[in-house]
Design a protein around this ligand. Structure first.
Ligand code: NAD
Length: 259
């Protein structure tokens, strides 16, 4: 028996910006391997189809389906949940993974439109996806929502807009957890540290900076999307039935050692 046997999950941002394994793709793969049926949601359908192709190669084609949607749009969030329920009859898990980065900058450099876009994609989309998912989870007898934040909440390092959006994700997590515990819905958050994923490859990270990120952690090892995904499996599964409203750093001990 898999750890998520019989459960139905939605993963937002289930593709990756580039070849390789990002946080959304890794969570989708582990959820399916652990027995869940997974709706692979991405604004760019081709990216989710690549995740589906990887699952098909493992013989898990029947455990997933692609749904192209932009989760900053309420109607598309409603349609995504309706699709999961129509296919598989219930909804147990929502992995709110979608998030975008931004160039470093103080508020003095900030363009209003960039700020608004960051809040819309990183925060509002998680609210909209949760708003759409909660009624379906209630109908299923409860559920688990996992939100992806970042250690940037504590270590902004010049990424002021991004860090602010992730702080809001953590507050949203606690609000949702308090409001929907009575519905049997648990809501938790993961704070990834400096994991090496397509998201940072695309941003053009040098080898030097990559090594500096690794050495900044207490464990001095490089994190990957799989590290985030294993924490997601725990928080999505019944193993964490007594856990709600928490923020779990998965950061190699970065917060212990870095200034
Ligand atoms: N990689 C890191 O070092 C790191 C560190 C901390 C936190 N994170 C967080 O991890 C999450 C993303 O991880 P990833 O590796 O999957 O990133 P990724 O960028 O590789 O993949 C995200 C996917 O989301 C999709 N997407 C973007 N906007 C969307 C929208 N509006 N609607 C639907 N889909 C949309 C993209 O098309 C892409 O395929 C983000 O929340 C990010 O802030 C990453």
């Amino acid at each position: 028996m898999g750890r998520l046997e019989g459960k139905v999950a939605i993963v937002t941002g289930a593709g990756s910006q580039n070849e390789g394994i990002g946080n959304g793709r890794a969570a989708s793969v582990l959820f399916a391997r652990e027995g869940a049926r997974v709706l692979l949601v991405d604004r760019i359908g081709d990216r989710a189809e690549e995740t589906q192709r990887q699952l098909s190669e493992e013989g898990l084609a029947d455990s997933c389906a692609v749904f192209a949607a932009d989760v900053t749009d309420a109607a598309q969030c409603t349609a995504m949940v309706a699709d999961a329920v129509a296919r598989w009859g219930r909804l147990d898990i929502l992995q709110n993974n979608v998030g975008i980065g931004a160039r470093a900058g103080t508020v003095l450099d900030m363009d209003d439109a960039i700020w608004d876009r960051m809040m819309r994609v990183n925060v509002t989309a998680m609210m909209l996806a949760s708003k759409a998912a909660i009624p379906a989870m209630k109908d299923s007898g409860g559920g688990a929502i996992v939100n992806i934040s970042s250690v940037a909440n504590w270590r902004p390092r010049g990424l002021t807009a991004y860090a602010t959006s992730k702080g809001a994700v953590e507050a949203l997590t606690r609000g949702l957890a308090a409001d929907h515990a009575r519905d049997g819905i648990r809501v938790n958050c993961i704070e990834p540290g400096p994991v090496y994923t397509p998201m940072v490859q695309v941003a053009g990270m040098s080898d030097e900076l990559r090594q500096a990120r690794r050495k900044a952690t207490a464990l001095q090892i490089e994190g990957t999307a799989w590290d985030i995904a294993w924490a997601s499996v725990y928080l999505a599964s019944d193993e964490s039935r007594y856990v709600t409203g928490v923020v779990l750093p998965v950061d190699g001990g970065l917060l212990l050692t870095s200034r």
